[in-house]
Write a protein that binds this ligand. Structure first.
Ligand code: NG1
Ligand code: ZN
Length: 548
């Protein structure tokens, strides 16, 4: 009936060009924005079906290509729990995005709905929240996504406007939990929990003006604009936003933003000699990544970088301190806690060593937030970060309940060290985004922890010294011919390649190297670490030659 007609009509409206192949990859479909309409429309269909599958719960759809160039765009589906779409649905998403004819698309949808037990035109109506970043193709693609969603009879598409990616994840999560879920609610929650955390700072004497100053590189994206909106509500922080995303300030992600600063280790545009000694942070284009940096000297463009690994380490120290206060160092006190840390192969070796020396459980997953997040959910408190600055701290629901009843029980002794430590953890769980990595809320947790510890940027930077590293991209005919294992740290195909890598690595002190096909670009990535910059570069280059 009308369901079939709607699917056929939209498929002929947005045909897949011959030869195009979309793959859902590490973070949804991405390509040049002008070619994205077919994939975006079909992602809309997937999102609506996903909502139906989950009994009409809200799911999300974001139009963004994150840190990629402004001409690119992408689409990503947010599951009802606020996390990434279930991986079990990726093969269907790929098949649908590549369905060559309207009829092929129709058959795929009907068959999939049947297999998944989804009744089309039945009792539930699908609900999809949409958002986009500031890219010029965003408005059009959002409209295309709505068309895709609308093919599923009875579905409701709610355009939440221009948002950071983590804001939309947060909204979906809250909505399905029956919690307040507007943008104003998001801002209120983070501003209030931030203030609360500052109130719990020990021996609070306030900090000096220098430490209140923070300059944020907004990558000319959405994060800077949002930060401008809330910065006046943020207690004890004097925030200056550069590359703010305002008209005329610069181009999205171009020589600025977290990806640029982390990979190139040089100053973003708009920063210079006058910023020596000031704490600086950098977001990516959709504000789900965060790094910090310092301008080292007036005459240099290089930076002292604090990447995701060091942000993770700071959070770990803070949480551990609170847990030690509550439980004692043997973790046998009032609130025994399973505390775990999740990293990927890109984590700097020095960070992993630092964390292991603290006696922590450190586990590795493949690259991609969906893997890290899933692993972190296995703990009472699970912290994960990618070196590039995407990460968060997850507090298990049941654990938060235990924490809250503990604070209630200790309230007689309000002001006691244990009560304060437990209250800090509660505040942190409300500040840091529980759905996904979030540059704004992550930055506020960093700022609160630095104030708590009365630490300067330098104290933080000196936690450990990063091993020099080098990343290269290699273009190959078919990147899928490289298959990896052991959380991408070893190659299993083509055979013989791992042995060649091993032979190079043994020539370097502190040498470590791995290769993997990118999930977001048509390249193979090579990562190398060694005790000097030159050695890391030379190791990366020699291994790249084996890949070509
Ligand atoms: P790929 O292209 O699969 O390496 C990149 C990042 C990931 C992740 C995704 C999603 C690196 C080396 N890889 O994935 O960490 O952030 O993009 O944006 O930074
Ligand atoms: Zn991003």
């Amino acid at each position: 009936g009308s369901q079939r007609a709607a699917l056929l009509a939209v498929a002929s409206l947005f045909p897949v060009p011959a030869g195009a192949t979309f793959s859902y990859g590490t973070a949804g479909f991405r390509a040049d924005g002008s070619t994205m309409a077919p994939a975006v429309c079909r992602a809309g269909i997937v999102a609506a079906l996903r909502s139906l599958k989950l009994g009409g719960a809200a799911v999300g759809l974001v139009i963004t290509a994150s840190h990629n160039p402004v001409a690119d765009n992408g689409v990503k589906i947010v599951d009802a729990d606020g996390g990434m779409m279930s991986q079990a649905w990726e093969p269907f998403s790929d098949a649908l995005a590549n369905a060559p004819t309207p009829d092929a698309l129709l058959q795929l949808v009907l068959q999939f709905a049947k297999d998944e037990g989804i009744t089309l035109g039945g009792g539930h109506s699908a609900q999809v929240l949409l958002a986009r970043d500031t890219r010029p193709t965003g408005e059009y693609l959002l409209h295309v996504a709505v068309k895709g969603i609308s093919t599923i009879v009875g579905s409701v598409a709610l355009d939440m406007g221009i948002l950071t990616t983590p804001q939309l994840h947060w909204m979906v999560r809250n909505k399905n939990r029956g919690l307040k879920a507007s943008e104003a609610d998001y801002f209120t929650q983070i501003a209030e929990s931030f203030r609360h955390l500052l109130e719990l700072t020990p021996d609070d004497k306030g900090i000096d003006d220098l430490n209140e100053k923070l300059i944020v590189d907004g990558a000319n994206g959405i994060g800077g604009l949002k930060l401008e909106q809330i910065k006046s509500n943020l207690a004890r922080l004097d925030i200056l936003v550069r590359n703010s995303g305002k008209e005329g300030e610069g181009i999205l992600n171009e020589r600025c933003g977290a990806d640029f600063v982390q990979k190139e280790k040089v100053l973003p545009l708009g920063f210079g000699p006058n910023d020596v000694g000031v704490r600086c942070a950098s977001f990516d284009g959709d504000a789900d990544r965060l790094v910090y940096f310092h301008v080292t000297s007036p005459s240099k463009t290089s930076v002292d970088l604090v990447d995701g690994d060091k942000i993770l380490s700071l959070f770990v120290l803070f949480i551990r301190e609170q847990l030690d206060i509550i439980n004692g160092e043997d973790n046998k006190g009032l609130l025994p806690t399973r505390f775990g840390v999740v990293q990927t192969a890109y984590a700097n070796g020095a960070s992993t060593e630092f964390l292991k020396n603290l006696g922590l459980e450190v586990v590795f997953t493949s690259t991609g937030v969906k893997y890290l997040h899933k692993k972190a959910l296995e703990y009472d408190i699970g912290v994960y970060f990618e070196a590039n600055g995407h990460g968060t701290v997850l507090f298990n629901d049941e654990f938060v309940s235990r924490l809250e009843s503990l604070t209630a029980r200790l309230s007689e002794a309000a002001g006691s060290p244990q009560h304060q430590a437990a209250s800090r953890l509660v505040a942190a769980s409300q500040l840091i985004n529980q759905a996904v990595g979030d540059a704004i809320s992550g930055m506020l947790l960093v700022e609160a922890v630095l104030q708590h510890k009365r630490w300067s940027f330098q104290n933080w930077c000196d936690l450990y010294t990063d091993l020099p590293s080098k990343q290269l991209k290699v273009k190959v005919k078919d990147r899928t011919s490289i298959v990896t294992t052991d959380a991408e740290r070893k190659v299993c195909q083509p055979s013989g390649l791992q042995e060649l890598i091993d032979k190079e690595v043994v020539n370097y002190s502190h040498g470590r190297c791995f290769v993997r096909p990118s999930g977001t670009e048509d390249v193979v990535r090579v990562y190398a670490e060694a005790s000097t910059v030159e050695a890391a570069e030379s190791l990366a280059k020699s291994v790249a030659q084996h890949v070509e």
